[in-house]
Every structure is written in structure tokens, then in C-alpha cells.
Design a protein around this ligand. Structure first.
Ligand SMILES: Cc1cc2nc3c(=O)[nH]c(=O)nc-3n(C[C@H](O)[C@H](O)[C@H](O)COP(=O)(O)O)c2cc1C
Length: 401
């Protein structure tokens, strides 16, 4: 079924084969372009991962994933919005990462943790440190969207970070990355997306500071760039640094970090200069044009304007009847397309992946929910057995299968 795509004439078959070619990032060579998206499964006690993670990741690598991104893992006591999220600091929590990393490596994959600070997305009184105040760029907090996925009103809450608190959190990110390197991780992903701390600095609705960390988008990028620079300083020249940013926020699914190609440049140039190796561009539907007047996706713009490789994500193979009739996150991601797609034997989104990959809009693809339902997603897709893909259902979140 070879079909010409663009001027380069790359067929979808060739594009599919290309997804399974190695990818080099500094000294790291990934076996292919398929990545497990970071997904908070939240099976940790006091920040220490449950035993099941080694098997959970190993199954995905055996199923053909080249790189596993670990779930959001906090870098500081006040950095987690969930009492059962893992940590990337403290002896016991750090030791618990050894087995999953070893399991991924033994199966032939690469592993990078996602290091995270929730900032003001951490609700007041969150266990296990209920007395610690939540901190953020300013004291303006917007709660996560409600069940109807409507943004809720913001209010004053939490502590604006002092300069010394900013320096402290930057140092904590650096320490976490140094721990990742010491534990044998193949790089690190910085969580700069979805309305958590770094993204709160990017987002003028949350960032109401009057100092040098606010102003233009380049000014609002300063905090994120300082985190990157510190990680580069702590880990040296060869350690891959991924940076995830998003348009959508947990507090507002329709919010936007960048409104034009110029703003993409304002965001990604300082981060690239600080030491990012690859941008992970988090959008809900990867194929959508980022701005009017051009078909380029946000990943495509990021790649073009940063000169760095990118990873795309968002609803890949979820245009099958996945999640329809559920009332959660899943439905929000999928309902727009489920009714439009009739041929469930071949998800239209996979053809879009191949077309955009052939056009050079991204280098890697991250798979989230479809990989929870299908540990062997990569093998199924490579073999074109789309009818074997199991629909995503939130029931899979109940255990680490
Ligand atoms: C259960 C669940 C947990 C998630 N946790 C994280 C997380 O810890 N860090 C993050 O950056 N994104 C997180 N995400 C977002 C995913 O990485 C991904 O961007 C999103 O699910 C879209 O990809 P998909 O359509 O392939 O599922 C989570 C998504 C799900 C479904």
C-alpha cells in the first residue's frame, strides 16, 4: 500500500519502517522512535515505588517500546500534588528506581525519569506534608478543571516564591537529575507542562510576579531555563535532557502557552540555549495545526524554530472507539474524533503519524493510554495488526498490569 506522501515521496510503508530505526541523542542510541509517555500511576508509598514497576515497564519494552519515560516524580517535599506519587530524592525512594531501570535495560530499552514540581497545583494540606505551604510564581491559584472540564475560578492561595526559594527548587531539580545519572538512567525529562510549577511561570494567568521572572514570554521562560542550565551543569555535556511543555493545563484545557510562531521561538530558544536536547511537545491531538495560516503542528514549529529534535504525543491510535462513554480524562481526549472515524481496522491517527513523520515534524512519538491497554502496542502497529489493539478503558488504571 505504498502511497506517495509529500515532495520527498516517502511512502507510509517507508515512514512506518522509519519509526523503527534507531535514534541518536548525544551518546545515547535509542533502538527506535517509540516512547512510553510519562503517566502518573501513583503506586508509591512515602514516595517509594511499589515493586510492580519493573515488570510494568519491562512488558512495554518487550512489546517494542524504545524509551520509557517514568511518571512525574517530585523533587521536593512540597513538590508533589499527590500523596502516592513517587519521589526522585531521598535514599529509600531513589533505591527503588534501581529495579525498574535495570529491567528496562535488560529488555533492551532506555529509561528516563520525569522530574517534577507541582507548584501551586498542590492543594493545601496535601499529605504527607500537610503543614508545608504550597509555592508558586505568585499567590494566584487556579484549581484543576472540574468534572465537566470547565476551568474553575482562581483565587489567592499559596506563597509566592522568594528568590532563595527559586534558587532552592532549581538546585533540587539539579540534584534529582544528578541522582538519575548516578542510578544509570539514560537521561532525564523535565516536566515543564500541564500547569505545574515550571509551566505556571510560563503562563501569565498564574505568573503575576513583578520581578525578572515575569514580563515577556522570554522573561517567563527564565525560571525553566535556569532549571535546565543547572541540570546541564550537574550532569555534564553528554547527559540527554528532554523538556516537556504543553499548551493545555490541568487547570484549563483550552489555555495556550504560545500564540504564534514568534512565541514558540521566545519559549524554546532560551531553553535550547540552556541545554535542552529534545523537546517533548504535549498536545491533546498531535495532528492539529498549531496556528492559523500554516498546517505545521506545534511539534513541527518547535523543531523548525529550535533546530532540535522533537517528540509528539496526543491521541495516537485513540481514534478507535477508545474511551467513548467514559466520563474521564480519556473521554475528553478522544470523544472529538471517535464519532468521525468509521474504519476501526486502521486508525486514521496512525496514518497521520506516518504522514507527519515523513514530513519531518517530529523524531519520536510518545504513546500514553493506548500503551496502558496494549503493552505490545509497538509490535502490533509495526505488523499492521490494528484490529488487535484493545480499546483504552480507565479500568486499566486500577493496577500496574
Ligand atoms: C493516567 C495518566 C497519567 C498521566 N500522568 C502524566 C505525568 O505524570 N506526566 C506528564 O507529563 N503527563 C502525564 N499524562 C499525560 C500523558 O503523558 C499524555 O500526554 C496524554 O495521555 C496524551 O497521550 P495519549 O493520548 O497517548 O494518552 C498522564 C496521562 C494519563 C492518562
Amino acid at each position: 500500500m505504498a502511497m506517495p506522501l509529500d515532495a520527498a515521496g516517502v511512502s507510509r510503508e517507508e515512514a512506518m519502517a522509519g519509526l523503527f530505526t534507531p535514534f541518536r541523542l548525544r551518546q545515547l542510541v535509542l533502538p527506535n522512535r517509540i516512547v512510553m509517555a510519562p503517566m502518573g500511576r501513583c503506586f508509591a508509598t512515602d514516595g517509594v515505588l511499589a515493586d510492580g514497576y519493573a515488570d510494568y515497564f519491562r512488558k512495554r519494552v518487550e512489546g517494542g517500546v524504545g524509551l520509557i519515560l517514568g511518571e512525574a516524580s517530585s523533587v521536593a517535599d512540597e513538590g508533589s500534588s499527590n500523596p502516592t506519587s513517587p519521589r526522585f530524592y531521598g535514599d529509600a525512594a531513589l533505591e527503588a528506581w534501581r529495579a525498574p531501570i535495570a529491567a528496562v535495560h535488560a529488555a533492551g530499552g532506555a529509561f528516563m525519569p520525569q522530574i517534577w514540581h507541582a507548584g501551586l497545583a498542590r492543594a493545601p494540606g496535601t499529605d504527607p506534608f500537610p503543614d508545608l505551604p504550597s509555592i508558586g510564581p505568585s499567590d494566584w491559584y487556579i484549581p484543576n478543571t472540574d468534572e465537566q472540564l470547565r476551568p474553575r475560578p482562581g483565587h489567592v492561595y499559596g506563597n509566592p516564591m522568594s528568590e532563595s526559594q527559586i534558587a532552592d527548587v532549581i538546585a533540587r531539580f539539579g540534584e534529582a537529575a544528578a541522582h538519575a545519572q548516578r542510578l544509570g538512567a539514560d537521561g532525564v525529562e523535565i516536566h515543564g507542562a500541564h500547569g505545574y510549577l515550571i509551566d505556571q511561570f510560563f503562563w501569565p494567568t498564574m505568573n503575576r510576579r513583578t520581578d525578572d521572572y515575569n514580563g515577556s514570554l522570554r522573561d517567563r521562560t527564565r525560571f525553566g531555563a535556569e532549571v535546565v542550565r543547572e541540570i546541564r551543569r550537574r550532569t555534564g555535556a553528554d547527559f540527554p535532557i528532554l523538556f516537556r511543555f504543553s499548551q493545555w493545563k490541568l487547570q484549563d484545557y483550552d489555555a495556550r502557552t504560545v500564540n504564534s510562531p514568534e512565541e514558540v521561538a521566545d519559549l524554546v530558544e532560551p531553553l535550547a540555549e540552556a541545554g535542552v536536547d529534545l523537546f517533548h511537545v504535549s498536545v491533546r491531538r498531535f495532528w492539529e495545526a498549531a496556528f492559523t495560516g500554516s498546517d505545521l503542528t506545534l511539534s513541527g514549529w518547535t523543531r523548525k524554530l529550535s533546530g532540535l529534535p522533537t517528540m509528539t504525543v496526543g491521541s495516537i491510535t485513540l481514534d478507535q472507539p477508545f474511551g467513548v462513554g467514559t466520563d474521564d480524562y480519556a473521554e475528553h481526549f478522544t470523544k472529538a474524533d471517535a464519532s468521525q472515524h468509521l474504519d476501526f481496522s486502521r486508525p486514521a491517527s496512525m496514518d497521520r503519524v506516518l504522514d507527519l513523520f515523513a514530513k519531518g515534524e517530529f523524531d519520536l512519538i510518545a504513546i500514553g493510554r493506548a500503551l496502558l491497554s496494549n503493552p505490545d502496542w509497538a509490535r502490533i502497529v509495526r505488523e499492521g495488526r490494528f484490529h488487535d489493539l484493545k480499546p483504552y478503558s480507565r479500568d486499566v488504571l486500577g493496577s500496574l498490569a
